[in-house]
Design a protein around this ligand. Structure first.
Ligand SMILES: Cc1cc2nc3c(=O)[nH]c(=O)nc-3n(C[C@H](O)[C@H](O)[C@H](O)COP(=O)(O)OP(=O)(O)OC[C@H]3O[C@@H](n4cnc5c(N)ncnc54)[C@H](O)[C@@H]3O)c2cc1C
Length: 373
């Protein structure tokens, strides 16, 4: 088996395949840890009260289980629980969706207004009328460490890993997959494509279905650092007048970290993105922090660009290739995929090994976009 791309999804897939005793080769075009794709930036939110759709909650329960298992196997702390806030106007998708998922799945949760949220967690200064759902199981993962942990454990199970070896082309001949790289040519029974923002370059059928978009993250030094520690500042999703934002407590660097979903709406070619954040990027993020997190809006500590890969409905694509059952695809994670890597690794290993998964993934099939295929 060959896994193409060793970011969040590919590293987890490599691990699950290798641990099943399968012979597997992982190919990555950059270094094992790099900043060109979607899985860098120190932290990623994980949360159970999934406002995007209740379907995700059962996958999330398994994802939590597998992240905990990965922590045990790697003897490393990878998941930090802070609780999560999903906030926005009454009737808006974030608050109402989080409430719906919590009620449907019996998740522990509390509902409060912006004033009560500030009393409980003083870093937050949301308007009083904002509806806020607190869910105690939310938190954050350390993506670079999770990817490395998956790869190292895969290697311990015999996986072969080649970094700085871009895949240039692939095809299927007589039921076998071949992959041509900058260094050689390989053959296997199955290929799993986990190429993140490059997915449509490798699988042209994904054109228009896995669209890269430039994002920028900011870390600002809080004037009240005691309000932004992980024990007093839950991760959040906030539907604000300016758009939907998300953020984290200070961790590893002295900065309150946050971003705005679909930052400036810039669709990009992943091979031609300017990695350098611009003053307009910083000002957009800063104005948001000044308004809703004034004690967190001090000097800039760090800015980073990163790429989303959006599907048309913002839900994932997990499926076999429409013409080649030997090839499976994980793509279109639309800015909310990292928390699921552990379970998507299991799903992709199922699909590659058995052609179907133990998890219900009907919601993520490519055929929902059938007219575009
Ligand atoms: C700013 C930002 C914030 C986010 N916040 C969150 C969050 O808080 N919570 C959350 O759950 N999700 C979040 N996400 C989304 C999440 O990070 C992504 O959904 C996830 O990382 C996608 O993983 P991936 O494996 O698909 O892509 P990647 O991690 O980019 O991996 C793809 C890999 O394929 C490799 N590759 C591509 N082409 C080739 C080739 N030809 N040959 C060999 N290798 C190749 C790339 O180099 C790369 O390493 C965020 C994303 C961004 C950008």
């Amino acid at each position: 088996m060959i896994v193409l791309g060793l970011g969040g999804m590919g590293s987890a897939t490599l691990f699950h395949l290798a641990r099943r005793g399968l012979r597997v080769l992982g190919l990555e075009r950059f270094d094992l840890v790099h900043e060109h794709g979607s899985s860098h930036g120190l932290t990623r939110i994980i949360r159970l009260a999934y406002w995007e759709h209740p379907t995700y909650v059962s996958l999330l329960r398994r994802a939590y289980e597998l992240w905990r298992e990965l922590e045990g196997l790697s003897a490393e702390r990878l998941l930090h629980i802070t609780g999560s806030i999903d906030a926005g106007p009454a009737g808006g998708p974030v608050f109402e969706g989080a409430l719906r998922s919590s009620e449907l799945h019996g998740l522990p949760h509390e509902v409060m207004d912006g004033a009560e949220l500030h009393r409980r967690f003083p870093g937050y200064r949301l308007p009083r009328e904002t509806r806020c759902l607190y869910q105690p199981d939310g938190g954050f993962l350390l993506p670079e460490r999770c990817n490395v942990a998956h790869v190292m454990l895969a290697q311990a199970h015999g996986a072969e890993v080649h970094c700085r070896e871009p895949v240039l082309d692939w095809g299927v001949t007589g039921g076998r997959v071949w992959v041509a790289t900058s260094r050689g040519r390989y053959e296997a029974g199955r290929l799993v494509v986990c190429a993140g923002p490059w997915a449509a370059k490798l699988v042209p059928e994904l054109g228009g279905l896995a669209v890269p978009e430039r994002q920028v993250l900011a870390w600002l030094q809080p004037s009240r650092p005691e309000y932004f520690r992980p024990d007093v500042f839950p991760v959040f999703n906030l539907e604000a007048e300016e758009g939907r934002c998300y953020g984290f407590p200070s961790f590893l660097v002295p900065g309150f970290k946050f971003g705005k979903y679909h930052h400036r709406g810039e669709i990009v070619d992943p091979d031609a993105v300017n990695p350098e954040p611009q003053p307009e990027d910083e000002e957009l993020l800063r104005s948001f922090a000044r308004r809703y997190f004034p004690d967190g809006a001090g000097p800039t500590m760090m800015l980073k660009t990163c790429l989303f890969t959006n599907s048309p409905d913002r839900h994932f694509i997990l499926d076999r290739h429409p013409d080649h059952p030997e090839v499976t695809i994980a793509a279109g994670f639309s800015g909310h995929g990292y928390k699921f890597c552990s379970v998507i690794g299991e799903i992709m290993a199922d699909l590659a090994q058995q052609g179907q998964s133990r998890h219900d993934i009907g919601f993520f099939r490519l055929e929902r976009f059938a007219p575009s295929l």
